[in-house]
Design a binder for this molecule. Structure first.
Ligand code: ATP
Ligand code: MG
Length: 331
């Protein structure tokens, strides 16, 4: 039986964080044996919000290194850089002819970016969901491990695939978002304002490169409140977020103890944060150290990127051939 095709990408816009780990990378690692996986560094996507390219090279290398440090095996998957696969740009061009200005302007992430960078509302920002659709459809992927923030972009990718199929014949399967936990994950920033992010909320985001002291400092400052007012109270989202992080890095017994404390109204957030900080530091240390070693090994990085692109281009070329054939762009 043919393995299902999986695709996902991460922008080289900064340091990877727990949101990326939870929403994306942890799933990548768990999928690599069972599926035919393509994971890429989305350098073209980063240009929509980060036109200054001085830090780009280091960021691309870091994303590759941190993915491998988290357990991704470049022998099992294709790990490549988006701009090394020009077929994606060709498919993006075709899909742009099927995407409407009105629907793109309505996308919430586009509206957010317009608010954040009013002086740089470039066409790339507007057509971000089209390029993302091309990233996925170029491998005819069906499973896309992403965080909750990408749910709507994926719905658009399905629409573009449908439109293409309708007009030119059945070429693309429907890509679906994927997370092992059934629900798509969103790790909030520690101050409770928005999500952890590479580009925003940096003091309230825990990065895989943070040292022990910084981890302690950030968790100590995490938003809490005076505690629940009655037994078995529902948790506010910023408290649930601390529990979610604790489930990732602490033992089951520890999580159960604080859950019980919460449910019986005698939770001490100071103690909980201390425990979380220590367990988080232990969790992140080996990832940080392994990533640093890989990042310093330029020959290894070059080899990974070259081999990843070779594998990705085999699949991308096959799709472009089918696309051109079905569109009649073949003379
Ligand atoms: P940027 O702020 O530059 O957009 P980002 O942190 O949003 O960076 P992306 O490269 O846009 O990261 O996304 C990479 C993957 O990580 C995507 O699958 C996205 O859904 C996931 N992701 C990002 N932030 C979170 C988060 N806070 N919780 C869960 N998943 C997340
Ligand atoms: Mg993002």
């Amino acid at each position: 039986m043919q393995k299902e095709v999986v695709l996902s990408g991460i922008r080289p816009t900064g340091f990877l964080h727990l949101g990326n780990y939870f929403g994306a990378m942890r799933n990548y690692v768990r999928m690599q044996d069972e599926f035919n996986c393509y994971f890429f560094v989305a350098d073209w996507h980063s240009l929509t919000t980060h036109p200054d390219t001085k830090a780009l090279k280091a960021s691309v290398h870091r994303v590759i290194a941190e993915n491998i440090a988290c357990g991704l095996d470049p022998e099992k998957v294709s790990l490549y850089v988006q701009s090394d696969v020009p077929e994606i740009a060709e498919l993006y061009l075709y899909l742009n002819m099927l995407a409407y200005k009105g629907e793109l302007e309505k996308v919430p992430t586009f509206k957010d970016k317009v608010r954040l960078q009013p002086d740089n509302v470039n066409a790339g920002l507007l057509t971000y969901p089209v390029l993302m659709a091309a990233d996925i459809l170029i491998h005819r992927a069906v499973k896309v491990p992403v965080g909750k923030d990408q749910e709507q972009h994926l719905e658009m990718a399905r629409n573009f695939a449908d439109r293409f199929n309708h007009r030119y014949g059945e070429v693309f399967p429907q890509p679906r978002p994927f997370n092992f936990s059934n629900n798509l994950v969103k790790i909030l920033s520690l101050d409770g304002n928005g999500k952890m992010s590479k580009s925003e909320n940096q003091m309230a985001t825990i990065y895989l490169s943070d040292d022990d002291e910084l981890i302690r400092k950030k968790i100590k400052k995490a938003k809490t409140d005076e505690g629940p007012s009655h037994d078995n109270a529902e948790k506010p989202d910023y408290i649930q977020n601390l529990f979610t992080l604790m489930e990732l890095v602490s033992t089951k017994e520890v999580v159960e103890k604080f859950e019980a404390d919460y449910n019986q109204c005698n939770i001490r957030y100071g103690d909980m944060k201390k425990q979380l900080a220590e367990d988080m530091a232990i969790f992140i240390k080996p990832i940080r150290e392994k990533a640093a070693t890989i990042q310093n090994d330029n020959a290894y990085l070059q080899k990974i990127m070259r081999e990843g692109a070779e594998k990705a281009r085999v699949s991308a070329k096959a799709t472009i051939n089918v696309v051109r054939e079905s569109m009649g762009v073949k003379y």
